[in-house]
Design a protein. Structure first.
Length: 66
């Protein structure tokens, strides 16, 4: 139960949930296709990877301790 409560306080988990929602929207309605050229998707995924790395870098506590 502590892990679940900690997950609700975790920026990393909220960011992951946002990625899932945006991914589903992209797969179903092409959410980003109107804003990004196909050549830019690589840069977009690189930026997402960098955001994940930064969030992981600033994460100092396990979910149970949040």
């Amino acid at each position: 139960m502590n892990k679940l409560i900690g997950a609700l306080r975790s920026k990393m988990m909220w960011f992951s949930l946002a990625l899932v929602v945006l991914g589903v929207l992209e797969a179903n309605i092409g959410l980003f296709q109107q804003f990004l050229a196909p050549d830019d998707f690589g840069w977009f995924t690189a930026a997402v990877g960098m955001a994940v790395a930064v969030l992981r870098w600033v994460t100092t506590l396990p979910l149970e301790d949040k």
